[in-house]
Design a protein around this ligand. Structure first.
Ligand code: PLP
Length: 213
């Protein structure tokens, strides 16, 4: 199947209101252009320098989602391009991005729902305080929450984790944070994430094929 065909297969499964972030990390500009020509406009990158290198070579109306970890010394590569940053874990990242961005910065907090030592992300207990502090950052728009749940052999088993993120967002909305967006679901489990009200699914392999390295 071509990139265009695989793209269509995913898009056909998305209900209205769910956006597809085509995760293009490690894939060449030519593959992104192919998806763009098939109508895709939202793309996700995980590595700051890769975003910096690829974005200028591609059409200006692409909306770049930065979905990787935000290292302090690389915020300058992300800030000029990011339509959304999905992986915030610290207030300083938002402050640093705002300083270097041409306009308001829109971001989501990465929640380590499974409390896994191997994963970047904020433990659930620390989320309320972080959201309160992010809400104070001028020029920063807090959009919502993101997660990468623990890997499960059966993708249906990821649903309790998606439900958990949705419940956390609901509790925080009750405390006054708007949090209009959730970002959850990847190639193997996006169909389960949409049942829990996600705004964005982040799909790479199912569109572009396996990554190298
Ligand atoms: C790489 C990546 C994805 C895409 O993963 P696939 O399994 O290839 O769909 C989604 N989200 C994040 C945060 C990633 O780093």
């Amino acid at each position: 199947m071509s990139i265009a065909e695989r793209l269509r297969a995913v898009r056909d499964g998305l209900p209205p209101g769910v956006g597809l972030v085509a995760v293009s990390k490690t894939h060449p500009v030519s593959a992104i252009q192919e998806a763009y020509d098939a109508g895709q406009r939202d793309f996700g990158e995980s590595y700051a320098q890769e975003l910096r290198d690829k974005a200028p070579l591609l059409p200006a109306d692409i909306r770049w989602h930065f979905i990787g970890a935000l290292q302090k010394n690389k915020l300058k590569y992300v800030a000029p391009w990011a339509y959304r940053v999905h992986g915030l874990t610290e207030v300083d990242q938002a402050v640093g991005l705002v300083k270097r961005a041409p306009g308001p910065v829109h971001g989501m907090v990465n929640v380590n729902v499974g409390d896994e030592g191997s994963k970047v992300g904020v433990p659930e207990v620390a989320v309320p305080d972080l959201l309160d502090r992010l809400a104070e950052v001028e020029g920063f728009v807090l959009c919502g929450l993101m997660c990468i749940p623990p890997f499960t052999e059966d993708p249906a088993d990821a649903e309790p984790w998606f439900a958990r993120l949705a419940a956390l967002a609901a509790r925080e909305r009750a405390r006054g944070h708007a949090l209009p967006e959730l970002s959850m679901g990847m190639s193997h489990d996006w169909e389960h994430a949409i049942r829990h009200g996600t705004r964005w699914v982040r799909v790479g392999t199912a569109i572009f094929g396996p990554r190298e390295g």
